[in-house]
Design a protein around this ligand. Structure first.
Ligand code: ZN
Length: 313
């Protein structure tokens, strides 16, 4: 989700050299660069990601044996060098429009606590939003929270396809492969999709400390929401707030693609950004979530009676 931050609280995604990751070959089909248009800052270069730049994803805890998988679509505000910070100032990129502040720290804490693998995105949602269907305009937004994104103005088909080919599809294929392996090992996972939300959007406050969102998995999400309230009567837990996963906008999203299309259980959580904007705070709120999720993860009923597709895409 979109989150507000201050310069002080914004942190870079861990650089590639510090990441424990399972490598995957970057797919960068040779493409001819589009014609250079003087007014446009980001005509598609031959290759979007240079050899020295991170892969579109990294996998933490790859050998984690838990029956769970953590996904973090909006973990980073990194932009490929070729896109020149999307035509934005760095401090704008680090605002909530560029990434989900605190989500990566929460996701990693959750993955470690459960012993689950985690697929972490390594580029900004402004380059390509991994949590949108590829055909939606919002997948490469021209504006975000009233900020115009110069590098996304008038994108042609080639520009769009390049971002899909080099970032979007490799990320989702990586997630699908991890899930395939878990299913093959008789551990079909509970998908934990970790996001953070701005405390205020379009002048409207978001009072929830965290919120659970769903389309069809109401029973699971409500069970965890109730557990959160029992454990922490002092906090507000949202249910399908500040938005819902239902409707056409949901089609093509991460949850749609990797869970409901495959018959897998899931929880999508939005932590309120001001509560998770340091590693310590993110860990503390992740702990609250973990305690509420653990009984669900340990309950065979969570996985019972599902028709699960063995291969994803
Ligand atoms: Zn998000």
């Amino acid at each position: 989700m979109k989150t507000k931050t201050t310069k002080k609280s914004a942190k870079k995604t861990a650089p590639r050299k510090t990441a424990k990751k399972k490598t995957a070959k970057r797919k960068t089909p040779a493409k001819k660069s589009s014609s250079r248009r003087a007014v446009k800052k980001t005509s598609a270069p031959r290759k979007l990601l240079l050899a020295a730049e991170p892969l579109p994803f990294r996998i933490e805890n790859a050998s984690g044996a838990a029956q769970a998988l953590v996904l973090c679509d909006h973990a980073s505000f990194r932009v490929p060098r070729a896109l020149k910070d999307m035509g934005l100032k760095k401090n704008v990129l680090k605002r909530h429009i560029g990434w989900d502040i605190g989500a990566e720290d929460a996701a990693l804490h959750i993955a470690r606590a459960f012993g689950a693998p985690a697929v972490i995105a390594q580029y900004s949602r402004l380059v390509v939003d991994l949590n949108r269907g590829p055909h939606y305009r919002e997948c490469m937004p021209e504006t975000s929270d009233h900020v115009k994104i110069p590098a996304n103005a008038d994108l042609n088909k080639k520009d769009r396809e390049q971002r899909l080919a080099e970032i979007y599809r490799p990320y989702h294929k990586a997630a699908a492969r991890v899930i395939d392996r878990q299913i093959a090992a008789k551990r079909p996972p509970l998908i934990l999709s970790i996001h953070s939300m701005t405390p205020r959007m379009d002048g409207v406050s978001r009072p929830w400390h965290m919120s659970l969102l769903w389309n069809r998995e109401a029973k699971l999400a409500r069970c965890v929401a109730q557990a959160l309230r029992r454990a922490r009567p002092d906090i507000l837990v949202g249910e399908n707030e500040p938005y819902t996963l239902t409707g056409e906008r949901f089609v093509g999203s991460t949850i749609w693609r990797h869970t409901e299309e495959r018959g897998l259980p899931y929880l999508l959580v939005e932590f309120r950004q001001d509560l998770v904007d340091t590693r310590q705070k993110a860990a503390a709120w992740a702990e609250v979530f973990i305690k509420a999720v653990r009984p669900v993860l340990d309950d065979p009923e969570t996985f019972a009676g599902r028709k699960i597709k063995p291969k994803g895409k």
